[in-house]
Design a protein around this ligand. Structure first.
Ligand code: CMP
Length: 153
């Protein structure tokens, strides 16, 4: 490899960052998890870790603590603890923004055609997936699901 190519590869490695993606119970129970993960991989995300969880209501509330006091929180907690979810630790260049773009707006009615929520979500509440909204949230949310020494590379 030419010297310039090595330097470029190192810079690229440094640009990679991580985000937390979660496939929600509506999509897992609707047998859409495989298709959704395929979309993430097609968009260049590398799966670093993933697991299937059934969140207890108190854990769902802890995960969504930033929404404490919002009128939709109780419904959100009930939904997120109603079935299996698949949190995933994903890596890509500009991961947080790239994943937000890939999933689309919170309400599928507002999501751009081709985005994951436009294709797979039922409604604003049952919206198929979650993605971290900032690098700071990504760190906290990855820690929430994968901070227990589970397999990593
Ligand atoms: P998510 O990206 O997981 O973050 C918070 C979730 O709250 C959001 O997706 C929606 O599924 C859910 N939610 C339900 N009602 C609302 C609402 N009125 N505004 C924003 N989020 C909502």
């Amino acid at each position: 490899m030419a010297h310039g190519a090595i330097a470029a590869a190192i810079v690229r490695e440094g640009d990679l960052d991580e985000t937390l993606f979660m496939i929600k119970p509506d999509a897992v129970l609707g047998h859409k998890a495989g298709a959704i993960l395929a979309e993430a991989e097609r968009a260049g995300f590398e799966i670093l870790d993933l697991r299937l969880v059934r969140l207890a209501p108190r854990d769902a509330r802890r995960f969504y603590a930033v929404h404490e006091g919002k009128p939709f929180l109780d419904e959100l907690v009930e939904f997120m603890s109603s079935g299996p979810a698949i949190p995933c630790r994903l890596r890509r260049e500009n991961a947080v923004q790239a994943l937000r773009d890939l999933i689309g707006a919170t309400d599928p009615k507002d999501a751009k055609p081709g985005t994951i929520r436009a294709r797979f979500a039922e409604s604003k509440g049952r919206n198929a997936v979650h993605a971290s909204d900032s690098t700071e949230s990504a760190r906290t949310e990855i820690e929430f699901f994968f901070g227990d020494g589970s397999a990593r590379r």
